[in-house]
Design a binder for this molecule. Structure first.
Ligand code: MG
Length: 390
């Protein structure tokens, strides 16, 4: 048996009301579609994954799937039925014997449910997961009840919906030929073509993210898992000083700020980024910047300090860790720091892989006391909290 999976991500997701379609919004730090695709790409029995995306979503899709062993996408049609047909057609050259069609907006699909649908396809041409109806159901056209429906035979259906590949391909072609439109899932296409469709029990958590509240709840759940899996909380501290020399710009937190002097140093002398890098290295007990980038090594001359920070983040990632928050205090009489804090956060957030609300940047003078008060240089103090698995 060769199993293909078609992931349907053609919707514009307007119901959620976000700036970008819901399948590309971030939950647990990754786009919704990333979690969905990963479930199928990592499944041992699924050998081919085909995505169907919305027109104009090509760039969103490319950036959302970074790091996944995956590139195949076709642009969908104007209805779900049309998008599914185009996705199934795109699998023809891969010659699968079975195909699963799944909503991109169901990121909590489990490997167990995928396996169960595939296993049931040994005995049937069409298998879909569904949940029994727990509440009493009423038939009420126009808001007035005319009867109580027998709920024992009713199901809420989910995806992945599994099919014999040649049969669902022919069913989709037949529906297109006969101009039968408005079929809202692939099971309806199978029913239209006269196929018998079986139901297996789905999963409550395999919910379709439809509203803004759904996306927010999914984000909270994934963030909680990320934290629960990393209970070892550690704090690191970093301190750095640099003196001023003749120049026109100081670089702080990756942002160039016009000033009467520049900071003297081997690299770009970004005192804030150096303190932050040492705080992260300190939290995981990995020495300091000098350990990894000896000042005697000429290759770091005038280097952008982001390379030091990236090194600290890669050491943290290698341990399975994540940053929880960072807090930086810059000590300087001048220049004025506060107008540049938002720009620094915009530089740091993608490097640190945390949101802006987990980055604090503050500045203080020393009330003209000491070397910093005499404007001989600047200093920065930073703390970083990391979470590691045990
Ligand atoms: Mg330094």
């Amino acid at each position: 048996m060769t199993v293909a999976a078609v992931i349907v991500a053609g919707g514009s997701g307007l119901r959620v009301g976000g700036e970008i379609p819901k399948q590309y919004q971030l939950i647990g730090g990754k786009p919704v579609i990333w979690w969905t695709l990963r479930a199928f790409l990592e499944h041992p029995t699924v050998s081919f994954v085909q995505c169907v995306i919305g027109a104009g979503h090509e760039a969103l899709f490319k950036s959302a799937t970074q790091g996944l062993a995956f590139t195949s996408a076709v642009v969908g049609g104007s209805t779900r039925q049309e998008s599914c047909r185009l996705g199934v057609e795109a699998c023809v050259s891969a010659k699968p014997t079975k195909v699963l069609v799944h909503d991109a907006a169901r990121p909590f699909i489990s490997a167990e449910l995928i396996s169960e649908v595939i296993a049931e396809l040994e005995h049937a041409d069409a298998v879909i997961p569904g949940l029994p109806v727990a509440d009493t159901m009423k038939f009420a056209p126009g808001g007035v009840i005319t009867k109580t429906v027998d709920r024992s035979a009713m199901w809420f259906v989910q995806t992945p919906q599994g099919f014999s590949f040649p049969k669902i391909l022919e069913a989709h072609r037949k529906a297109a030929r006969e101009e039968q439109s408005g079929l809202t899932d692939d099971a309806a296409v199978a029913e239209f073509a006269g196929m018998e469709v079986r139901i297996v029990t789905g999963e409550q958590r395999n919910k379709k993210l439809t509203t803004k509240a759904d996306v927010e709840a999914a984000n909270a759940e994934l963030n909680m898992r990320l934290f629960v899996d990393r209970p070892d909380v550690r704090v690191g501290q970093g301190i750095d000083f640099h003196t001023f020399e003749k120049g026109k710009i100081v670089t702080l937190g990756g942002v160039e700020i016009p000033h009467s002097h520049k900071l003297k140093g081997h690299s770009d002398a970004d005192v804030a980024m150096h303190a932050l890098t040492d705080a992260i290295l300190g939290a995981i007990g990995e020495g300091d910047i000098g350990t990894h980038f000896p000042p005697s090594d000429m290759q770091w001359k005038n280097a952008a300090s982001s390379i030091f920070l990236k090194k600290a983040m890669s050491l943290l990632s290698a341990r399975g860790g994540v940053l929880s928050n960072v807090d930086i205090t810059i000590l300087a009489e001048a220049p004025k720091i506060s107008p540049h804090i938002a720009a620094m956060k915009a530089v740091l957030a993608p490097l640190l892989q945390i949101s802006h609300d987990r980055i604090a940047i503050k500045a203080t003078t020393t009330e003209k006391m000491g070397s910093i008060g005499r404007k001989e240089g600047m200093a920065a103090y930073a703390t970083a909290t990391v979470r590691l698995p045990l």
